[in-house]
Design a protein. Structure first.
Length: 248
C-alpha cells in the first residue's frame, strides 16, 4: 500500500477527464487515492486518465452531472467498486456567457442544473456512504468577488454564488456526520477550454489582471483540492478558498 497521505481513500470527481478535473484526479491518485472519473461524452479522455492511474485504482463512469438519477448511479457504481466515498469533488460545470438581456429560460435552467442542482444532489446521494473525516469540495469562481467581472458573466456567477452559500450552510448540516464541506474558487486557469478562441492579446490582458502577471495552472488548483481532501484540513469547513494568485 502507498505511504502517501490519501492511501486507501476513494475520490469521486465529476468532469474528471479534462482540465482542472483531470489534474485533480491525477493529483489525488499521486497521493494514493482510488479515483472515480466521471465524464459526459469523451470516453477516450477518461480512459486515458484511467490508464495513467491504473485500472486497479481507478474507474471511468459516464454520467450527466446535472441529472439526479445519473448521479445516483455514479454513486452506486463507485460504492459497488470501492465500497465507500471519502472525497467528493463536484467539478463539472458550464460557463454560458450571458448578461441579463440575453439569458433565456433554457440557458438559466441548463446552467443551474449542472452548476447547482448536480453538486447539491450528488452530495445528498454520496453523504450516506461517507464516513466521519470525509470531505466534499465544491467549485466556485474568483469572479464572485473580483472587481474585474463584466456583465456577460451574470448567469455564471449567479450559479456560483449559489454554490458558495451551499458550501457555507451544508457544512453546518453535515458537521453532525463529521464531513467537512469547502469550495475552491479558481481565478483564470490555463485549461484547453480556457485557451480556446482567445488571442495572445486577450490572454496577455487577462494575465495582467493578476499581480503576478500570469494565468494559473490546473495543477495549482489540484494542489489545493488535495489539501482540502486530506487530514491536514480537518479543522477547515464552510470555507470558499480563492485560488487566484492574489487577483482582486
Amino acid at each position: 500500500m502507498s505511504s502517501s497521505s490519501l492511501a486507501g481513500k476513494v475520490a469521486v470527481i465529476t468532469g474528471g477527464s479534462k482540465g482542472i478535473g483531470r489534474a485533480t484526479a491525477l493529483r489525488l491518485a499521486e497521493e494514493g487515492a482510488n479515483v472515480v472519473i466521471n465524464y459526459s461524452s469523451d470516453a477516450s479522455a477518461a480512459e486515458e486518465v484511467v490508464k495513467i492511474i491504473g485500472a486497479d485504482r481507478s474507474l471511468a463512469v459516464k454520467a450527466d452531472a446535472g441529472n439526479v438519477a445519473e448521479l445516483e448511479r455514479l454513486v452506486t457504481e463507485t460504492v459497488s467498486r470501492f465500497g465507500k466515498i471519502d472525497i467528493l469533488v463536484p467539478n463539472a460545470g458550464v460557463m454560458l456567457m450571458k448578461d441579463l438581456e440575453t439569458t433565456t429560460e433554457h440557458d438559466f435552467e441548463a446552467s443551474m442544473a449542472l452548476n447547482v442542482k448536480g453538486p447539491y444532489f450528488l452530495a445528498q446521494k454520496a453523504a450516506p456512504h461517507m464516513a466521519p473525516g470525509s470531505h466534499i469540495i465544491f467549485f466556485s469562481t474568483t469572479l464572485c468577488a473580483a472587481s474585474t467581472v463584466t456583465p456577460n458573466y451574470l448567469l455564471y456567477v449567479t450559479t456560483k454564488g449559489a454554490v458558495e452559500q451551499m458550501t457555507r450552510v451544508m457544512s453546518k448540516d453535515l458537521a453532525r456526520k463529521g464531513i467537512s464541506v469547502n469550495a475552491v474558487a479558481p481565478g483564470p486557469t490555463g485549461t484547453d477550454l480556457f485557451f480556446r478562441g482567445k488571442s495572445e492579446q486577450v490572454l496577455k490582458m487577462i494575465a495582467g489582471f493578476n499581480p503576478q502577471n500570469r494565468i494559473g495552472t490546473p495543477e495549482e488548483i489540484a494542489d489545493v483540492v488535495a489539501f482540502l481532501g486530506g487530514d491536514g484540513s480537518r479543522w477547515v469547513t464552510g470555507q470558499t478558498v480563492r485560488v487566484n494568485g492574489g487577483m482582486a
